[in-house]
Design a binder for this molecule. Structure first.
Ligand code: ATP
Length: 585
């Protein structure tokens, strides 16, 4: 139970201590009127049974007064408990969500990429909502379901153990049934949550991929995947309710059998003159009061466990080790790979790579598709850490550096530009939060964006649609160049666009890139060799190893892979070598 409390409070069970304490007090106060009631009933019974000659009205008024005081106490404690429960639950969610969002940022990208797109969002929103539900709506019922019977049973045990035993005789059988189905319950609960997450993943995939679906005419297949996910969830829900429901009903029936047992035992004991009728009435009264919260608790327990599973996903995510490293990156920006071996899974993508990218120079990485070019950039930015060898930044292993501080030293212009659903101005401002409008415009001008931005309906205040769908690929990439110019980091990681741009866009893009790389340490993935002719150093990658390196002329002279790729590209596109000298880089 303690573990589940940890789950529903995102790892901080002590948060619920106060609400539970108030709930216990409220339940205790709730039981007190029974004492007054029994005393009052005994006195009234004695009068009508002829055991008393006068009805002591003063005494009765006192008992009724006591009941009213108890009601006030119950109200006060319940109000406190109610407030404390909701406050703790929602505070724990808000803090938990913030903490998780922060933690996710520090996790290795590799871990995040292994997750399905909707899964993290699901944990962030739905799983927290489920834990809120567990803490606010189910926990108080469970507390009452335990406290009321325990208090009542202890009190009644004191008065007459036989009646008390009869009252809870069926309870051990109920517990046994609940314990027996708990494994099945967990298994079904888990497949049900998986089906629920899969359903939201498929839905997200279907909606986000609408463009691709339309382009590739995949509508049918993707819709079927979505439909299958909906029906799978439906089946899991029916299985969960249908398979477990009867067990819980039987458990409740066994427990409620206690009421019949009290009646039978009571009648025998009254006939034997061992208990009085008022005492019998007390047991019946309390009996009816404890079975209701107990039944509710039994019926709500599976929901609590199910919601706690959502909390378990949150806590597991919070317990994922974040990337380590605290040191500041040095001022020197030489980057070196020393015998670096890396793979996303078992297969090796980079194999004992050693390479040097010197400060203030432009290093180009070229090679066939899948040779590991982007992976090298990801290791420099510490999206991943290598399995063997070291990536050095300014002579120090990046693993010792604070990942966020390291990223501050770098700007990245990649092909898959993500624009936030925000204004163009703010999208550029992500490069540097405190940039002024003037600085944003200057960066936009240098990145050749200013003119097309000014033609938009609200200029810099134009909203960019989800994922930036209202701008062309070239425009989006120039926005990301403006961001990089604004960030003004000393190191630039650049993945040249492969998508063919129209000539005007291409020229603008090249102009923007040549401004961006000025005076920086640049590592650039080049897909078109004409852009690397003037690079200070070229690394030629093939199947995860550096097969050649040097300047363009040397590599052409070597007659190796680079020269072959060069031949292939110049022949297929009809480029002229002379013209290449004027290329942007
Ligand atoms: N996140 C990932 N998980 C698993 N494998 C990956 C991942 N990213 C890349 N790979 C694999 O690693 C290998 C190298 O990929 P990488 O993207 O570094 O190549 P690249 O040279 O940049 O290719 P391209 O020029 O086509 O972009 C490929 O076989 C690719 O399938």
């Amino acid at each position: 139970m303690m573990e589940r409390m940890r789950y529903i409070t995102a790892g901080n069970p002590m948060r619920m201590a106060k609400p539970i304490l108030w709930a216990v007090l409220a339940n205790m106060a709730n039981m007190l009127p029974f004492g007054f009631m029994t005393v009052a009933v005994s006195v009234i019974y004695a009068y009508f049974a002829g055991e008393r000659t006068i009805l002591p009205m003063q005494f009765l008024w006192l008992a009724w007064g006591g009941m009213v005081v108890c009601l006030v106490l119950v109200f006060a404690a319940e109000a406190r408990s109610y407030r404390a429960t909701f406050r703790s639950a929602y505070e724990s969610s808000a803090e938990g969500r913030t903490h998780l969002a922060e933690h996710i940022r520090k996790l290795p990208l590799g871990f995040l990429l292994r997750k399905d797109a909707g899964e993290l969002g699901h944990t962030m929103m739905n799983d927290f909502t489920q834990t809120e539900n567990a803490a606010t709506h189910i926990l108080p019922q469970l507390v009452s379901g335990v406290i009321i019977p325990v208090l009542a049973f202890s009190g009644l045990l004191f008065i007459d153990w036989r009646m008390a035993a009869a009252m809870l005789a069926g309870f051990p059988v109920s517990l046994l049934i609940l314990w027996g189905v708990s494994r099945l319950e967990r298994k079904l609960g888990q497949s049900h949550s998986e089906a629920r997450i899969a359903q939201s993943n498929r839905l997200q995939e279907y909606l986000l991929g609408m463009k691709v679906i339309k382009a590739c005419n995949l509508g049918g297949e993707n819709f079927q995947r979505l439909e299958r996910a909906f029906y799978h969830y439906m089946k899991e829900s029916i299985k969960l309710e249908g398979a477990l429901g009867p067990f819980f009903l039987v458990a409740i029936a066994f427990m409620e059998a206690g009421l019949s047992l009290i009646t039978m035992t009571g009648v025998y004991l009254i006939l034997g003159g061992q208990i009085s009728i008022p005492l019998f009435a007390l047991f019946l009264l309390v009996g009816t009061r404890i079975f209701d919260p107990l039944s509710v608790a039994i019926m709500r327990l599976p929901a609590f466990k199910y919601d706690a599973m959502a909390g378990e996903r949150i806590v597991k995510l919070l317990e994922q080790p974040a990337m380590t490293g605290t040191s500041e990156p040095p001022n020197n920006h030489d980057i070196r790979f020393e015998q670096v071996t890396f793979g996303y899974d078992e297969s090796i993508v980079l194999n004992e790579i050693s390479a040097e990218m010197r400060e203030g120079t432009l290093t180009a990485i070229v090679g066939p598709s899948g040779s590991g070019k982007s992976t090298m950039l990801r290791l420099i930015a510490r999206f991943y850490d290598p399995q063997q060898g070291k990536v050095l930044f300014g002579g120090q292993d990046v693993r010792g550096m604070d990942p966020e501080k390291l990223l501050k030293q770098m700007s990245m212009v990649f092909q898959d530009v993500y624009l936030f659903q925000d204004t163009i101005r703010n999208n550029i401002r992500y490069g540097r939060e405190d940039a002024s409008q003037e600085e944003i415009e200057t960066a936009a001008k240098e990145a050749c964006c200013h003119d097309f931005i000014m033609k938009l309906p609200q200029g810099y205040d134009t909203m960019v649609g989800e994922g930036g769908s209202t701008l062309s690929g070239g425009e989006k990439q120039r926005i990301s160049i403006a961001r990089a110019i604004l960030k003004d980091a000393p190191v630039l990681l650049l993945d040249e666009a492969t998508a063919s741009l129209d000539p005007e866009n291409e020229a603008e893009m090249q102009k923007a890139i040549s401004r961006l790389i000025e005076g920086r340490t640049v590592i650039m993935i080049a897909h078109r060799l004409k852009t690397v002719v003037k690079a200070d150093h070229i690394l030629v990658l093939d199947k995860g190893t550096v097969v050649e390196q040097g300047r363009h002329e040397e590599l052409i002279r070597n007659g190796g892979l680079y020269a072959r790729l060069w031949d292939l590209q110049t022949k297929t596109s009809g480029w002229k070598l002379a013209g290449e000298r004027e290329a942007v880089v």
